[in-house]
Design a protein around this ligand. Sequence first.
Ligand code: ATR
Length: 274
Amino acid sequence: MKAFGVVGHPIGHSRSPEIHGQFALQCKLDIDYLKFDVEPEKFDSFVSEFFANGGVGLNITVPFKEHAFRLSTPASEKVKLSKAVNTLYLNEIGELVGDNTDGPGLVKDLLNNDILLEQKRLLILGAGGAARGILPSIIEKSPASITIANRTIEKAEQLQQEFSHLQSIDVVGFEDVDGVDTEPYDVIINATSLGIQGETPNISPKAVKSSTCCYDLMYSSDDTAFVKWALDNKAQKAIDGLGMLVEQAAVSFEIWLGAIPDTRAIVDRIRRGE
Ligand code: ATR
């Protein structure tokens, strides 16, 4: 049986085995997909042993995505820009290749929800690994403008500089979100980790208009704090990251196995709490 897995520390919360198990059932493929909680100092040796023992693919989650990037050959220019890897595999000549399916997964789920980025005014909240990971795929969609708001301005400026050859990016603090200009945004994406504590960035409701679509990279069984904020401020749509979670898994599955699973059925199952 082909062996796959997800590596993190901790890893208890991961839904990846269940999602990939469902994909495999749908596609009538026999796979083994396990969770691996690996101590940071053992990450390199774990990865080499996994593949030396015939493993086919690994997903990488917090806190190892940057580490996995350094360990592998980037699959594309986009991966080089994101400096993070969530999917590992060996190519035909046995090289360890790293890909990042978070950005493609997000863009796919935005499309599933009829949210287009082309020529839209986009606000990204957060400038950490999650924001960096999705930026290459977002820029590819040619938004009219991108503003990054972050608590630590220097981190947003770092992204502004690294992506400047592809897109000009405005940078603000949360308190200045509607100070850039007076126009609200078409799309607001929350890429901060504040939702873990049930909080949301403190930005002005003026950022939202009745046609604004809000997307939280975080998923929880109840509305996330950012989804609640968006609904309270009458955004047109407020969507959490469950769809992205399933879509990024589907892109990994396709990279490894060449099969395209039906993501909708799985999103619906998880939403129903099954
Ligand atoms: P990830 O890889 O999940 O993006 P990260 O790199 O630690 O994690 O980034 C987390 C993001 O959430 C950052 O934008 C961080 O802001 P800073 O760059 O200022 O650290 C943001 N964040 C986390 N906790 C926060 C808090 N209490 N208030 C405001 N922003 C916060």
